[in-house]
Design a protein around this ligand. Structure first.
Ligand code: CP
Length: 307
């Protein structure tokens, strides 16, 4: 059997994503059915960049499947600190683990890693590029909240330049029908041209760009807020100037639809006030929970395990 990796969300077909969502929903309903699915299997989490949700949800997912986990949460605690290459690290870990989830600050690093691996590699976020398992989390959440993955207007707000979760989700939604994209950002943090040209324009998909969250709000079915990605800026002054461009608070939600679904991949810094958490339209804590179940489904799929 050839190795299946998940480097980019388009490594999965639309049908496969539908199947993963169906499996995750079955896991939510019937967790006991899956408790030994990955017995004697090991997941390695190799995080060369900080994480709370992605790493811990992967680990929680594997433990809930009856498997075990190993790995590191910072590059400095691995032999990377002694100068070992990513290729040699992956070659080594693939001798010990059955599947690897990897986060790295360099765009393309998981793709490079896959060339050295004898086991499936999952991209758990590469620089400002892609974050396909967050996209699976987002899609599961949208499916559970809206009952569908098509025919809605979604606004992406904040750092659309460096926001890897945004890039992957736009790519995934570009394969659905009837999606209207609204990109809300300061001029300096607009959606990259390579996504507009290669994903949207190439497929004849319309989108709007605006700097005003207030103007965009009434038309939205889904609002995807994002953090300004401090770690990707070259210049601290630019980050400080842009970081609080958008702060979602209860007042800004007054003109929004009553069934708006508010998403955020988290962590948040200041872009959604805590008072919004009490709004029934706030779905980002449900999103966090869903991350574990969709990763359980993904681990099983890439290991070729069916229950
Ligand atoms: N959404 C997300 O990737 O969060 P972490 O950085 O905490 O993993």
């Amino acid at each position: 059997m050839s190795i299946r990796n998940l480097i980019d969300i388009t490594d999965l077909t639309v049908e496969e994503i539908d199947q993963l969502i169906a499996t995750a929903e079955d896991i939510i309903e019937n967790p006991a059915k899956y408790q030994d699915a990955c017995a004697h299997k090991q997941l390695a989490t190799l995080f060369f960049e900080p994480s709370t949700r992605t790493r811990l949800s992967f680990e929680s997912a594997m433990l809930a499947l009856g498997g075990s986990v190993l790995g590191f949460s910072e590059a400095q605690s691995s032999s990377t600190a002694k100068g070992e290459t990513v290729g040699d690290t992956i070659h080594t870990v693939s001798c010990y683990a059955d599947i690897i989830a990897m986060r790295h600050p360099k765009e393309g690093a998981p793709y490079a890693a896959a060339q050295f691996s004898e086991v499936p590699i999952i991209n758990a976020g590469d620089g400002g590029h892609n974050h396909p398992t967050q996209t699976l989390t987002d899609l599961l959440t949208i499916h559970r909240e809206k009952g569908r993955l098509d025919n809605f207007t979604i606004g992406f707000c904040g750092d659309l330049k460096f926001g890897r979760t945004v890039h992957s989700l736009v790519n995934a939604l570009s394969r659905q029908s009837g999606i209207k994209f609204v990109f809300i950002s300061p001029d300096e943090l607009k959606m990259p041209d390579y996504i507009k040209e290669n994903v949207l324009d190439k497929n004849g998909l319309p989108y709007e760009e605006t700097t005003s969250l207030e103007e965009a709000m009434p038309a939205l079915d889904i609002l995807y807020m994002t953090r300004v990605q401090k770690e990707r800026f070259f210049n601290e002054a630019d980050y400080v100037r842009l970081k609080d461009t958008y702060v979602l608070d209860p007042e800004k939600l007054v003109p929004a639809k009553s069934d708006l679904c508010i998403l955020h991949p988290l962590p948040r810094v200041n872009e959604i006030t805590v008072s919004v958490d009490r709004d029934p339209r706030a779905c980002y804590w449900k999103q966090v929970k869903n991350g574990k179940f969709i990763r359980m489904a993904l681990i099983m799929k890439l290991l070729g395990i069916r229950v």
